[in-house]
Ligand binder design. Sequence first.
Ligand code: SF4
Length: 450
Amino acid sequence: MDQNLIPFALQDVPRYTSYPTAAQFQDGFSGELADQWLVDLPAQASLSVYVHIPFCQQLCWYCGCHTSVPNSYERATSYVESLKRDIIRSGALSGAGKGQVKHLHFGGGTPTYLESRDIACVLTSIRDHFGLAQDAEVALESDPRGITRERAFELAGLGFTRISFGVQDFAIPVQMKINRLQPYGLVAHATALLREAGFDSINFDLMYGLPAQTVASVRKTAQQTAELRPNRISVFGYAHVPWFKKHQRMISDADLPGVSERYEQATIIEQELVAAGYVAIGLDHFALPDDALAKAQSIGKLRRNFQGYTTDTADALIAFGASAISEFPQGFAQAARDTLTWSEAIALQKSPITRGLISTAEDKMRARIIEKIMCDFSVDYAALAKQHGFDSEVLAESLLRLQPALSAGLASLEKSVLHVPSEHRLFLRSVASAFDVYYTGVKNKHAKAV
Ligand code: SF4
């Protein structure tokens, strides 16, 4: 790794799955306002729905998600009841059948912690109270350790079209260090069962920067992953924040690779996947050439939202579950993180929203600039500012903030067209941060760039 790039690699920068980022949301946000945003949705609005299931069978030491391991399944049963109530309440506010849900995503946690009959109940509520488009993408995150033939067929029978597995690394020493034992054979078997059940879209999540990972171990994992031919692969860097996620204290600092090795691991994974025929997508995704993400990128239609890179162009994202974030044309609304607070509000027929933000016109313009950088590696910032009714002068300070990245060769500027070379894709977030007026560069608030 070029030594000049190390300060950029060590920079704590947002993932920019939204702008403004969740760090800017205000506490005490009005649930009534979020309800009004549901009421205000246009009759023909296309919708995306996200359902958060904050439960897992076992905690992985690297986990950064909002989840827990319940003592008994009863907690999940009552959580599903609250979900159904909130879907009915929100559907009534938006006007049942107003919108057509084009994308439905179950995330977590581990959505397949729920029994299939409970997943079916939630799906039925969404179909009944929001309306699911015939050709909707219906996706869920899953744990390969829980996939049996029966489960694979149940999930396919419920209408799921896409499934994601957390794989991370196939090396057993790494899996032992992260409390997630799932040998290659187990993942290969689960993948085969899903294909047998009819899933034609399977995603794998891989990670670099984990304890005991080496360049050799990630190279082998990338090769083994490519052999199983998932349609999409996401590659995330491990964010070690033990002061924030206490279970990460089970991971010793001494076992973690340094910044140069993390960079090398990420680079080796990319090289192996591209050599195996995958197309690199944005910052950290890969897809087979015939996948919708690869096609969208090739025609400049790639988008980015809370689930990462997507083809989703919905007018609004309605999210259900503790901590889940909805995105409306007017702004963002996040439900209470604590499941008790969340379920108590719903039991009282109230909005469970506790945090959020009203987006300004300038926020929306900057959001689009940042999204273009993250998706297209290129943006004509002056043209975009004009489209949003602004003079490009409003971006003068951002251009000053961009100077270090330009000097380091991470980006180039020709008139008002900013371009990030594909070999610097790992630094997209650093370049994008120049256009983030809220970004202060303060340490330990976001994940490191690499
Ligand atoms: S399965 Fe996923 S969500 Fe659950 S603890 Fe492991 S990493 Fe976190």
